[in-house]
Design a protein. Sequence first.
Length: 234
Amino acid sequence: MLNIENINVYYGAIHAIKDISINVTEGEIVTLIGANGAGKSTTLRTISGLLKPKSGKIDFEGQNIAGIPAQAIVKQGISQVPEGRRVFANMTVLENLELGAYIRKDKAGIKEDLNSVFERFPRLLERKVQLAGTLSGGEQQMLAMGRALMSRPRLLLLDEPSMGLAPLLVKEIFSIVKEINQTGTTVLLVEQNANMALSIAHKAYVLETGRITLSGDAKKLAASEEVRKAYLGG
């Protein structure tokens, strides 16, 4: 579904992503793990069109999308849940969700998807007329995920969904990610909580200072001594 070949991304003179190649097969959860500043979020921002690679290919369903504008990438079927939630604080929960469907014209389908977001996140239904900025961190994360799902993506990019959340909420968010995947959405997940990410992913890539140092089956990587020492606390 997604085939990234040798992309290089710069921030000014800083070479942030160095020749990385990633494959995501339809139906998978693929995770990128690594320390802060390894280039995980930069990779997602490049796929979603917020950054332009200096070289390399990003093929989505057979079409090279490298460097095309972010709004055009949403129309292709890729949606991103940004790091730090980024909800529209002065808009209601419902308005945030409706904004997620801005590229769509099918009113019946939008209504159907709204109902399924509320089914998946009952707390959002309880708070649908509340301003998004007044929600808790966990509720804002649910809202950011719900908003991304409103564009009916075939590929969902998730950037640090567990950041700043209590352990119980982290479990809840990850079980929702698994459920979203099981209902037919392919997921590319960037996550600092390597334990949780590897427990739900099919495939994983380890990034270090802009390069991929390890990749393979998520369960095998979780069991590898190298990964355990570096990212899983021994």
